[in-house]
Design a protein around this ligand. Structure first.
Ligand code: ZN
Ligand code: ZN
Length: 141
């Protein structure tokens, strides 16, 4: 539980190691799905120990995102979603328009279309929008 790797990653990124940054990073790294800041708060509230307040969590996520330790996904609507940046490559996501649930898709991303001469890609992200199984079942009723 007390993985010393998270404080080190924060220090390596040039930041002050705070309890909130470590807790948020650990929470996002331990979760299979990208989370909104409120979901991070919910999960931290279920663990032992002091829970940072909402503003502190938002600030911690902002800092972690600005320093490349977590990534904000290009999802639509509702709150922004974040996941820990692991050593693994960027992967595609599925976002349900019914419940907002967003899942990581482990398959390798499709090849990129060629760019016009002189263009440079800075960020590529694939988000598939649709309905999850539960929401589809609900719509058919
Ligand atoms: Zn859904
Ligand atoms: Zn993901």
């Amino acid at each position: 539980m007390n993985d010393p790797d998270f404080p080190r990653r924060i220090r390596d990124a040039g930041g002050r190691v705070t309890a909130a940054r470590v807790a948020v990073l650990r929470c996002l790294a331990a979760t299979e799905e990208p989370l909104t800041p409120d979901e991070v708060l919910e999960r931290l509230a279920q663990t032992a120990g002091p829970v940072p307040d909402r503003v502190t969590i938002y600030r911690a996520i902002e800092w972690l995102a600005a320093h490349g330790l977590v990534r904000q996904l290009a999802t639509v609507g509702r709150a922004a979603r974040y996941e820990a940046v692991e050593d693994r490559e960027t992967h595609a996501h599925f976002q349900c328009r019914g419940c907002g649930q967003t899942r990581c898709l482990p398959a390798p991303p499709p090849p990129l279309p060629p760019l016009p001469i002189g263009y440079v890609a800075e960020r590529v992200e694939l988000v598939i929008h649709g309905l999850c199984a539960a929401c589809r079942a609900g719509e058919r009723r």
